[in-house]
Design a protein. Structure first.
Length: 312
């Protein structure tokens, strides 16, 4: 049996599940909110868990796909507690993570597509490791003083990008932004800044067990997306094209991913105006639906096929 650890709202998982159903594969999808919002029982002594009326024995599971199981964003229980104590909410979230991590450790010797122990990356560590594999990165600095900021830099999160809510509304978004020195205080929270690269285009790559599926994104053609293509508007989408990475770049990325213990991930790169390739970051559970659709890569089918191969 294939076990999928995901979120009910993850459309990428939906696409893969459709293909698993087409192939009549045996699978079970455990969503994050199943743990909090549905009948859930994990019998540790007898080695099974139930969700609703489904009964899953751990010894029946042979392959696992790690997607969005750590997020409680769509949990009705957690939403109902948002107006209450933030300390209580934080504590319950830690309790929830302990349950999920316990499940993952019980499954650690199964065949994983994105092993849970490698799913949480530190961006700074990955950037340093990329340099060790001779993969160029933008000049990167951690800084908390205006006096130490280089010129012409962008700022991005050192952790994962998040949407910060305030009174039930999204108040702040964490896209990559060009630093406006006039708006900075003298001292601020330590921030990750990088020299802004003059780019020809951005590249989004999906990596699956040694194969690369890439797309060029001509985000510099739109003033609103020239720093971060994720800020695009559907009224004027960025032009995209299927792309093949040079062999020397794909070989170095493959070595980096192997060093990180990853067999599935999304990778962001830049092709600069001087034709140099710059590595930006890796997301072990990154989205690939748009890449698949716009480049006709059928990635959901590829992932489903790989899970079936691993389910042996």
């Amino acid at each position: 049996m294939i076990l999928i650890l995901s979120s009910a709202a993850d459309t990428t998982t939906d696409g893969v599940v459709d293909w698993l159903s087409t192939y009549s594969a045996s699978y079970f999808r455990l969503n994050a909110d199943d743990i909090t919002d549905r009948r859930f029982l994990w019998n540790i002594e007898e080695d099974f868990f139930t969700v609703g009326e489904a009964h899953i024995a751990f010894n029946e599971i042979r392959s696992v796909w790690y997607r969005k199981i750590h997020s409680t964003h769509f949990s009705k229980l957690f939403h109902s507690l948002e107006a209450k104590s933030s300390s209580l909410l934080h504590y319950l979230h830690q309790e929830y993570l302990s349950i999920i991590n316990g499940l993952c450790y019980r499954l650690e010797n199964k065949n994983w597509l994105t092993h849970f122990q490698n799913a949480e990356l530190n961006k700074l560590h990955v950037l340093r490791l990329a340099r060790q594999f001779s993969i160029p990165i933008p000049q990167t600095t951690l800084v908390n003083s205006q006096n130490d900021i280089p010129t012409d830099v962008i700022c991005k999160s050192a952790y994962d990008s998040m949407f910060i809510k305030e009174q039930q509304h999204i108040a702040f978004t964490m896209y990559t932004e060009k630093v406006d020195m006039d708006k900075l205080p003298t001292q601020f929270f330590p921030s990750l800044v990088q020299k802004q690269i003059k780019k020809k285009y951005e590249i989004r790559t999906f990596y699956l067990c040694g194969s690369f599926f890439s797309m060029a994104i001509f985000s510099q053609e739109n003033k609103e997306t020239e720093v971060d293509f994720r800020t695009h508007h559907t009224a004027r989408p960025n032009r995209t094209s299927p792309y093949t990475l040079p062999k020397i770049i794909s070989e170095k990325l493959d070595a980096l991913l192997n060093a990180l213990g990853l067999n599935c991930a999304s990778i962001d790169l830049i092709r600069a105006t001087d034709n140099q390739y710059y590595f930006l970051e890796i997301n072990p559970t990154g989205e690939f639906g748009k890449l698949s659709h716009q480049c006709n890569y059928n990635l959901h089918q590829h992932v489903a096929t790989k899970l079936i191969e691993m389910d042996c």
